[in-house]
Design a protein around this ligand. Structure first.
Ligand SMILES: Cc1cc2nc3c(=O)[nH]c(=O)nc-3n(C[C@H](O)[C@H](O)[C@H](O)COP(=O)(O)OP(=O)(O)OC[C@H]3O[C@@H](n4cnc5c(N)ncnc54)[C@H](O)[C@@H]3O)c2cc1C
Length: 411
């Protein structure tokens, strides 16, 4: 029986069944086989915090197996070589993936092409010449990319970026720096956002362009890896650009109007993160329910105490709401709506109630909830950080309030 009366096409349900089998065969089995390498940071990362060559190769293997099995590119437009299933499938499949794999089987993040690391609708905006150069490798999962928008002085206010692309013959030279760029330490390409018309950029009237740049281009440097809480290494990095030469064919979208690509990319990120938060939170709720049924205190299973079960009921109410909001936002995007308000609400809500649900699951587990073995604290960390990535909770509320004040009060 399903709690959701929402119309999800049979092909998406069937796809999730197959995806579940794929995750067992190609993701979970690798985590079992390479347990020490993939679960102990001392082996996962090199001394400088970067994934070791062996880990990078395993990640590539998962991407390529997923591509071969048809899952990696299922939501990539058909004209780019994907199956064109759209955002509802993207949401449902990611939610299913995180709920199935939990935080331990982290290679799952490479089972479906992530909008910023692999092929997505963003590549509809690259030139034909760039497509013919990169598409085969990206679709097969051989190569990957990253999204260089945020800078040390430009986070929530991303349009305040100061990286510059200065005209150089018929092309440009890019100089500047980026921060928090996920996947950049292992990526083959980076979409770099840079000012191409500083006056327009200062006036907030365009003047920013996006370029597709190979990460081995002269002048492109991964300056340092940023280890996030609880990890000894990571996949976020600081990047420095020193006069990287780019040609006109490397432009993504329109000259001076590249910020639209950022908004477009981030909306896919918001759907992904709504699904990720919900999937991990449902995984944690199911774990808490199991534990509450078996853990004894004062001669009874703790599930007999309302002090234990009411918080779990609270989580169920909130996660059900988050689920409906996520499905709705994805469907609006598939209908061609920008769904700015609905997407902001869905992402902020899923991440906030998701983190609360995982926190409650930790509490249900007592001391056990903090162990690496159970993984709840890791799941909490993963979801909590998403209240900053792809738009903070405050920025999403700012966006919602703007829409409301403009008269978009439909709820
Ligand atoms: C794990 C992770 C991965 C990331 N990956 C990428 C990536 O791949 N590519 C990329 O380009 N970026 C990436 N980012 C960066 C991310 O987009 C920024 O962190 C985010 O936009 C917030 O910017 P900031 O961290 O500079 O915070 P700031 O903008 O400095 O904000 C600090 C605080 O002030 C609040 N604030 C700011 N302005 C307002 C306002 N007007 N009203 C109310 N509150 C406000 C914020 O909500 C926040 O609480 C990543 C971040 C994380 C954490």
């Amino acid at each position: 029986m399903s709690a959701i009366a929402f119309d999800i096409p049979d092909e998406i349900h069937a796809l999730c069944d197959g995806l579940g089998d794929f995750l067992k065969a190609e993701v979970m089995s690798r985590h079992e086989k390479h347990h020490k390498l993939l679960s102990n940071g001392r082996y996962t990362y090199d001394e400088d915090g970067r994934y070791t060559e062996e880990v990078i190769e395993i990640i590539r293997e998962v991407r390529m197996a997923a591509s071969k099995a048809g899952y990696y590119n299922m939501c990539v437009p058909e004209e780019l070589g994907g199956s064109g299933l759209g955002m509802l499938a993207y949401y449902v499949a990611w939610e299913h993936t995180f709920r199935t794999c939990g935080p331990h089987n982290w290679l799952a993040v490479y089972a479906i092409s992530h909008w910023a690391f692999g092929p997505s609708r963003l590549l509809e905006r690259v030139t034909d010449e760039a497509r013919s150069e990169i598409l085969d490798g990206m679709i097969s999962g051989q190569t990957s990319m990253c999204f260089g928008l945020s800078e040390p002085g430009a986070g929530s206010d991303a349009a305040a970026l100061t990286t510059k692309a200065v005209p150089d013959g018929n092309g440009w030279k890019i100089t500047g720096r980026k921060i928090w760029t996920t996947n950049s330490p292992i990526a083959d390409y980076c979409i770099i956002f840079a000012q191409t018309d500083p006056e327009r950029a200062a006036a907030r009237k365009g003047g920013i362009s996006a370029f597709l740049v190979p990460t081995n281009a002269p002048g492109f440097e991964v300056e340092s890896i940023i280890a996030m809480h609880g990890a000894v290494g990571g996949n976020e990095a600081q990047l420095v650009f020193d006069e990287i030469r780019v040609e006109p064919y490397q432009l993504v979208g329109e000259l001076h109007d590249g910020f639209k690509n950022a908004v477009f990319g981030v909306s896919m990120g918001r759907i992904y993160n709504s699904a990720r938060a919900l999937g991990l939170a449902r995984w944690s709720l199911e774990l808490a329910l199991d534990y509450a049924g078996t853990r004894q205190a004062f001669g009874k299973p703790i599930s007999e105490y309302q002090g234990v079960t009411f918080p779990l009921a609270e989580s169920a109410m909130e996660l059900h709401g988050a689920h409906l909001m996520g499905l709705n936002a994805a469907k609006l995007l598939d209908r061609g709506d920008l769904a700015i308000k609905e997407l902001s609400m869905a992402k902020a809500y899923a991440v906030e109630v998701g983190a609360k649900a995982i926190d409650r699951a930790i509490q249900t587990h007592g001391a056990m909830g903090f162990t690496n073995e159970v993984g709840l604290a890791e799941a909490y960390n993963t979801v909590r950080v998403v209240n900053v990535a792809d738009g903070t909770g405050e920025i999403l509320r700012r966006t919602i309030a703007h829409r409301l004040l403009k008269g978009d009060t439909d709820l």
